[in-house]
Design a protein around this ligand. Structure first.
Ligand code: NDP
Length: 257
């Protein structure tokens, strides 16, 4: 399957930690002979560190380009697509991963600035990134092929108290994704949904800022997944032969007996 990734260009949002970072490493390790990686996030120092780690571990076969990108800023997203160096401009795989939850808060208590920020990042940012990818793909000689991976959440399928805005944002991602998949169904572009459940990342720390008791309950009775668990499924889906669409996966830890 790794041969299907050979020579591909993969762009990841939110590659500075957690699932995005694990995806970068998993793609690199799965195609060490030839791969182009575009790593994006706001914390660019971490991206350079990751780029260094990849080169040190795998050598020059994996070429890495780092871009400082806040996906919630529409102008930054358009600039990203127009300013990619030629070597990295033919993006085959987009991993729409950047996202966050602001904490556990009841709907009436959530400041409007937080609502705007969650929406601009999790929903509008992902939509703008997808549009950028599709516009670039359209102009390609091969008529556009590739994969768009949406890191949603099980929260987009089942909402919970204290998570109204986050759950709504992930439900928005799910609807957008389902519609785009239908629009692209007879093309060479695969739309891949990966909806994780409980994964231990920095996300957990951020989420715990609010109601810690509720946040702790998320992990009650289970041993959370690691970001590598999610990355393995992302890379698996993207490395299937062209005719196979792993359209929709939900991943959550098994409960302890
Ligand atoms: P982390 O907090 O570890 O990583 C989040 C990443 O998103 C960081 O790299 C961060 O980079 C980036 N990010 C956040 N806001 C922005 C922004 N405005 N612009 C660009 N990048 C941004 O969390 P996870 O790895 O857990 O989260 C990744 C995705 O997985 C998210 O979409 C999350 O909703 C989803 N998810 C996570 C679950 C979990 O239990 N952990 C469960 C279900 C879904 P930086 O701050 O450097 O910009």
């Amino acid at each position: 399957a790794a041969k299907n990734l050979h020579g591909k260009t993969v762009l990841i949002t939110g590659a500075s930690s957690g699932i995005g970072r694990s995806c970068a490493l998993e793609f690199a390790r799965s195609s060490p002979q030839k791969l182009h990686l575009v790593l994006t996030a706001r914390r660019v120092d971490r991206l350079h560190k990751l780029a260094g780690q990849i080169t040190e571990e795998l050598g020059e076969g994996v070429r890495v380009h780092v871009v400082k990108l806040d996906v919630s800023k529409t102008d930054q997203v358009s600039r990203l697509w127009s300013e990619l160096p030629v070597e990295f401009s033919k993006v085959d795989i987009l991993i729409n991963n950047a996202g966050f939850m602001s904490g556990y808060e009841r709907a009436p208590d959530i400041p409007s600035s937080v609502i705007d920020d969650v929406w601009a990042t999790n929903v509008t940012g992902l939509i703008n990134m997808t549009q950028g990818f599709l516009n670039v793909a359209k102009k390609r000689e091969d008529g556009g092929r590739g994969d768009i991976v949406m890191i949603g959440s099980i929260a987009g399928r089942e909402a919970y108290a204290g998570g109204s805005i986050y759950c709504a944002s992930k439900a928005g991602v799910k609807s957008f994704t389902d519609a785009v998949r239908k629009e692209l169904i007879a093309t060479k572009i695969r739309v891949i949904t990966v909806d994780p459940g409980q994964v231990l990342t920095e996300f957990t720390v951020i989420r715990n800022r609010g109601d810690e008791a509720s946040a702790d309950k998320v992990y009650e009775g289970c041993d959370p997944l690691t970001p590598d668990d999610i990355a393995e499924v992302v890379v698996f889906a993207c490395s299937r032969r062209e005719n196979v669409v792993v359209a929709d996966s939900m991943l959550f830890p098994n409960y302890q007996a």
